[in-house]
Design a protein around this ligand. Structure first.
Ligand code: ASP
Ligand code: MG
Length: 403
């Protein structure tokens, strides 16, 4: 089998952990598999490098930031290759460009265009374990680029896709995907399996186990992922197209507390207004999530929508001039909100899921401000201070049952 194994920064944080990871890899190799490993920078290295840059120039160009940040992964690939050599297996470390990673030119948030995997293939044919630096590639100017924070997951999936790997294992410091954040919800249950779509929703909603671009790519190329812990080495959670377990009603409860709601009060109730508003937001490169438009009254209407909290002020600035021209009374940015969502492929075929969620919120005396639904997700906006209570109450409504 050709197996891609990815190890996150916490899994290689110090010498002891590097040796433990080398042990997992060499065992896989000795079972007769071809092994390609993708690794992140050790521990907090990437954050430390960012801090170092900020000391010198907080407005450093993105090109130079990428040059700097890519160095973190260079350290871990070399150390890991040395650890594997010590255990008596042949290994070779490769930087992103040596492993054939080609990206677009968007420094600090580049997208992988392709992986020319000939070099990796050639090294595997020499019976080597190939250790690849995650999070990085090369653009058309032969400059180093990075893929955005948490990008090593995507590197691993890209190799798995390009080489038609049989399995892509993502080792991390949690032992799988849970029905809620296990640090906050003690009764959270580890899932054996989850579909790509469900994982994508949970990843986007801030479950923070897998980078969402990596899940998108895995779905697109039909790659099965396994999320597991490098510490416990117990079976983790499989992310796959069709799960064998009977469709669970819901697979998880997630919260997102880094959102802002933009509220525009008193827009003219006429055609083309929503189009113009969201065109301006798109031009500012802001992602819009939940949109609500009021029923028109006295020739005016209100529009509100959520954006990432970090983009709140930027969004208001992008709309200010247009709104003033239209005589809009207020446009403000409310950051006192949280989004709590339930995700599950089972809700497509079961009724009563929404009411169960709302009942849980009502039990906890939490006011719902906005509701938004899709085929496999129901989200509500609530006061930020209520977020943890809401997750706990909704989780227990769906999962603390005897039947
Ligand atoms: N080292 C990079 C980061 O911390 C990439 C990764 O960990 O996946 O964001
Ligand atoms: Mg990292």
């Amino acid at each position: 089998m050709l197996i891609v194994q990815k190890f996150g920064g916490s899994s290689v944080a110090d010498a002891e952990r590097v040796m433990r990871v080398a042990d997992i890899i060499t065992r896989t190799y000795r079972q007769g598999n071809e092994v390609v490993v993708v690794v992140s920078a050790q521990g907090d290295t990437t954050d430390d490098l960012i801090a170092k840059a900020n000391e010198i120039n907080p407005k450093a160009s993105k090109r130079e930031m990428d040059m700097l940040l890519a160095s973190g992964e260079q350290i871990s690939i070399a150390l890991l290759a040395m650890a594997i050599e010590k255990l008596g297996c042949p290994a070779i470390s490769l930087l992103g460009w040596q492993a054939g990673f080609r990206t677009n030119s968007k420094y600090s948030n580049a997208r992988i265009k392709k992986v020319d995997s000939e070099r990796i293939r050639a090294e595997l044919d020499k019976n080597k374990i190939v250790i690849v630096a995650g999070f990085q590639g090369l653009n058309k100017y032969d400059d180093i680029t990075t893929l955005g924070r948490g990008g090593s997951d995507t590197s691993a999936v890209a190799i798995a896709a390009s080489m038609h790997a049989d399995l892509c294992q993502i080792y991390t410091d949690v032992d799988g995907v849970y029905t809620a954040d296990p640090r906050k919800v003690p009764n959270a249950i580890k899932l054996d399996e989850i579909t790509h779509d469900e994982m994508l929703e949970l990843a986007t909603l801030g479950a923070q186990v897998l980078n969402n671009r990596s899940v998108e790519m895995a779905k697109k190329y039909g790659i099965e992922l396994e999320v597991l812990s490098s510490i416990t080495q117990k079976p983790g959670t499989k992310v796959k197209e069709v799960t064998n377990v009977e469709k669970m009603l819901i697979t998880g409860v997630a919260k997102d507390t880094s959102i802002a709601r933009i509220e525009i009060v008193g827009l003219p109730d006429s055609p083309g207004i929503a189009f113009k508003v969201f065109a301006l937001v798109a031009q500012a490169h802001v992602n819009v999530d939940i949109i609500l438009q009021s029923v028109g009254r006295d020739g005016t209407k209100d529009i509100s929508f959520t954006v990432p909290e970090a983009d709140g002020e930027k969004t208001v600035a992008a709309l200010k001039e247009y709104c003033e021209r239209l005589g809009v009374k207020t446009i403000n940015c409310d950051t006192d909100l949280a989004k709590v969502s339930i995700v599950g492929a089972g809700m497509e075929t079961h009724e009563g899921v929404a009411s169960k969620m709302f009942e849980a919120l009502s039990d906890a005396n939490i006011n719902i401000q906005t509701i938004s639904t899709s085929e496999i997700k129901i989200s509500v906006l609530i006061d930020r201070k209520d977020a943890d209570r809401a997750v706990a109450s909704v989780h227990s409504k769906f999962f603390d049952t005897d039947d």
